[in-house]
Write a protein that binds this ligand. Structure first.
Ligand code: FE2
Length: 680
């Protein structure tokens, strides 16, 4: 027996794969012990399963499952050999072999580790010796099995690594998530030879198929399995992998195929979070623990692909949120810009309105403060031109009998309006030869057209409605101002003519004084010219000369025409004519500057004159000029009480009065002027 055992041991040790070893064990049991019904049961986790058997029905081999501590073999799995001589009366006996009488189960033990149970049934009983040899044999095969397990483990590891390498080689990095997952399923199928597989996503109350292969019609992407249902649903519920080697009698099995034999389902995790389940089933073979072990290796790959997708989703969501924020900012910016633009526009409108109102106010002020037509027109034109940014402008007025239009004031001096003037009472826009836009605004008093405002603008700019309204307003104000100024001028002229006539009439009554004022004016202008007085003051001097004695209107004829020497009282009355003259001229605005000359033409250089006794240059220049001309004409004219003095004598008197009565410089210049004029 011992030698038979040694030979059996040799035969077993010569085998390397687990299946060959198991086959050899069964052969050896028959050869050594003559037993035809025997089985090798191996512990797989907490279960005892039949790894190889002889003499049993295939049903029992594929479905039987034992638990350590229960039954005959379960008791042996705890490390204790069990012999039952009369199995028919043992409740623990599981019927396996017809006609069996006894059963012997011994642990296959390596050191303290029980690897499985060696079990045999016999139609006869076992002797004590047989039982001892059988236990020894079990000990011998333990070493071979242990080695085979280790080798198998290494082989599995190698297969797993090979599988992972295959996946890595096959996965196209640029593929979509589903393409990558399909590749993984395909690779796993090539290695594990299964028929159907699927990756299902965890959706809290159910699992939903994302990718799958090999299922019958009706099971595909989107197919749902409630959590807890079927092997797949249970794997999700328990959050642990399940291997069902034979699904045919498993109630949990959901029929994905009518021919399915075996199924395994493994949950997919990312950082302890359940992502889904990887599931596979086979119609051609039963999955082994090794298959399951390799199968689990794919879950990490799948989970990482899924989590990557989750991450990408998250990034995409964040990107979308960011984009929304950017859009919001962009929109807000746009609105702000709009608001700012609106504000700026409102501001500029307001500014313009203020300028317009200021213009109207200024124009109004000018109109009321000046009755001078030219000043008024220029003021209106300049302000209008400034506000409206016109390139040129003019006020054109109809003459009194409305026969022709004449430019009265021009905004730009070097430009003429240069257009035939329409006489309609309407605002019109046209263009001129300089490609400028011309706007004509009628100046009206009631229905009567008195002239036009003409403004020119570069053709690329436009007169707005507001500007037109403003121009029309200005035009109506201007028309009134023009009419007022005209009426005023007419009144002034009439008044002037009246007092001039009066002055002439006054002088004409007395033969001695006839023409006196004209001559004084003549001499004064000659002297003023010599001095270099400006054009404006020459005009003033002209009026002042003619009217210097106008105050004598108020002096009684009795005194004025008195042939005798004048008394002191007479002189007082006579002297009043300077102030009277000043008062008479005061209503004439345009003669305002002439008033002082009339008032002071009897002042003397040394301050002994009247009415105020001014001295030297405090006496207005024109008054000093008239004083000399006045005295000269008096001396060279006949008087009731004396004859006219010769020119030389009169000039001698002037020379004598220089520095006392007269401005010495002016006196000398006057002598020169008279000498030149009369060639003395
Ligand atoms: Fe006088």
């Amino acid at each position: 027996m011992y030698e038979a055992l040694l030979s059996a041991q040799k035969a077993i040790n010569s085998k390397t794969s687990l299946s060959e070893i198991l086959e050899q064990i069964l052969n050896s049991i028959y050869e050594v012990f003559g037993l035809q019904q025997c089985a090798v049961l191996l512990l797989e986790g907490s279960k005892l399963r039949i790894a190889a058997a002889r003499g049993y029905s295939s049903d029992v081999v594929s479905t039987w499952e034992g638990t350590p501590g229960k039954g005959i073999t379960g008791t042996a799995a705890l490390g204790q050999a069990v012999y039952v001589a009369d199995i028919q009366n043992d409740p623990r006996y599981v019927r396996g072999v017809p006609g069996a009488v006894s059963e012997l189960a011994v642990p296959i033990q390596f050191a303290d580790e029980v690897l499985g149970v060696l079990d045999a049934e016999s139609p006869r009983t076992f002797s004590d010796e047989e039982r001892q040899w059988f236990a020894l044999f079990a000990g011998q095969i333990a070493i071979a099995l242990r080695n085979a397990f280790l080798l198998e483990k290494e082989r599995n590891k190698a297969r797993q690594l090979k599988a992972l390498a295959a996946i890595n080689a096959r996965i196209n990095k640029t593929g979509t998530q589903e393409q990558i997952l399909e590749t993984i399923l395909e690779t796993a199928a090539d290695i594990l030879h299964y028929d159907r597989s699927a990756i299902l996503l965890y959706k809290y109350t159910y699992l939903e198929m994302l990718v799958c292969r090999g299922y019958k019609e009706g099971i595909g992407k989107g197919f749902r399995i409630p959590i807890g249902e079927g092997i797949t649903g249970e794997a999700a519920l328990r959050r642990e992998g399940i291997l069902v080697q034979d699904v045919r009698n498993d109630k949990r099995y959901i029929h994905a195929s009518d021919t399915s034999l075996s199924e395994m389902a493994v949950p997919l995790f990312y950082k302890d979070e359940l992502l889904g389940v990887l599931d596979a089933d086979s119609s051609s073979r039963f999955f082994s623990d090794d298959d399951y072990f390799i199968f689990t290796a794919f879950t990490e790959q799948i989970a990482s692909v899924l989590s990557m997708h989750e991450l990408i989703n998250e990034i995409e969501q964040k990107n979308a949120a960011l984009k929304r924020q950017i859009d919001d900012i962009y929109r807000i910016n746009k609105e702000l810009t709009k608001t700012t633009e609106a504000l700026e526009q409102a501001n500029s409108e307001l500014k313009k309105r203020i300028e317009e109102l200021t213009t109207l106010y200024e124009v109004g002020k000018t109109i009321t403060s000046s009755l001078n037509l030219e000043d008024t027109l220029n003021a209106i034109l300049q302000m209008t031109g400034h506000i409206l940014n016109v390139s040129s402008g003019a006020t054109i007025l109809l003459n009194d009998d409305a026969s022709e239009m004449k430019v009265q004031a021009s905004y730009t001096q070097d430009r003429e309006p240069g257009l035939h003037l329409a006489t309609e009472n309407t605002v019109s826009v046209s263009s001129n030869e300089n490609a400028e836009k011309i706007i004509d605004i009628p100046l009206q008093i009631g229905e009567r057209l008195i002239g036009k405002f003409r403004l020119a603008q570069r053709s690329d700019s436009t007169f707005t409605e507001t500007e037109r309204t403003m121009l029309v307003t200005l035009a109506s104000q201007a028309a009134i101002a023009i009419e007022n100024a005209r009426l005023y001028e007419n009144t002034q002229k009439a008044y002037f003519e009246t007092i001039k006539s009066l002055a002439q009439a006054l002088e004409a009554r007395d033969a001695y004084t006839r023409g006196h004022s004209e001559r004084v004016t003549e001499y004064s202008l000659l002297l003023a010219q010599k001095v270099g007085v400006s054009r404006k003051y020459m005009d003033i001097l002209q009026y002042a000369g003619l009217l210097h004695d106008i105050g004598k209107i108020g002096v009684a004829d009795a005194i004025l025409l008195k042939p005798d020497k004048l008394s002191d009282d007479d002189l007082v009355l006579i002297r009043d004519h300077t102030q009277l003259g000043d008062a008479i001229l005061s209503p004439l605005r345009f003669l305002h500057d002439a008033q002082d000359i009339v008032r002071y033409h009897h002042e003397r250089w040394d301050g002994t004159g009247y009415p105020e006794g001014l001295t030297g240059k405090k006496i207005p220049l024109l008054a000093r000029i008239i004083a000399i001309a006045d005295s000269y004409d008096a001396m060279t004219s006949d008087r009731p009480y004396r004859k006219a003095m010769p020119i030389e004598a009169a000039l001698e008197e002037i020379r004598a009065g220089a520095g006392t009565q007269f401005d010495p410089e002016l006196a000398n210049l006057f002598i020169e002027v008279i000498k030149e004029k009369f060639a003395v």
